[in-house]
Design a protein around this ligand. Structure first.
Ligand code: MG
Length: 173
């Protein structure tokens, strides 16, 4: 059995992952509307990844005899001034998610819930990657500035991104 405190924290995290999914889906729809189909593709894959994160937590909570409680998902923004603004918002959001994961990690240690702590290790590493990727795209978009051809080339590059099932889910299949 899982402690009520950890169960609540994991349910809050499931909601945060779905909110992230919703945010990136909104970004995907926005850039599709703007004719930036590669950037849209990047965000739509991000949307799938966030759903997978929620699924990993839901599977885990169930495996520990906990109860998954799906709460309402708050509204997300619907427009961004530029691709740079969207990736800056992505980085700011992922930094918040990192803090949430770290808080659950600390709670798991305080509660001597080492199974939950262990489960979070994958997410700790994943957050490093999420922040690094967003930072890299921000740097590139700053270099691109208002160079339309360079932005077109980045859009083409991001069109090639494909979805890979995250390891904790892939190993369940
Ligand atoms: Mg996530």
């Amino acid at each position: 059995m899982i402690s009520p405190k950890i169960q609540d924290a994991l349910n809050a995290q499931i909601n945060a992952e779905f909110w992230s999914a919703y945010l990136y889906l909104a970004m995907g729809m926005h850039f599709e509307n703007e004719g930036r189909s590669g950037i849209a593709n990047w965000f739509k894959i991000q949307f799938k990844e966030e759903q997978a994160h929620a699924e990993i937590f839901m599977n885990y909570l169930n495996s520990r005899g906990g109860r998954v409680e799906l709460k309402a998902i708050d509204e997300v923004p619907t427009t961004w001034e530029s691709p740079l603004a969207a990736f800056e918002a992505t980085l700011a959001h992922e930094e918040k998610v990192t803090a949430l994961i770290n808080n659950i990690y600390a709670l798991a240690e305080a509660e001597h819930d080492y199974a939950t702590r262990g489960k979070l290790d994958w997410f700790v590493a994943e957050q490093v990657e999420e922040e690094e990727t967003a930072k890299e795209l921000i740097d590139r978009l700053r270099l691109i500035g208002d160079n339309g051809l360079a932005l077109y080339m980045l859009d083409q590059e991001l069109a090639a991104r494909t979805y890979t099932v995250p390891a904790p889910l892939a190993s369940k299949a």
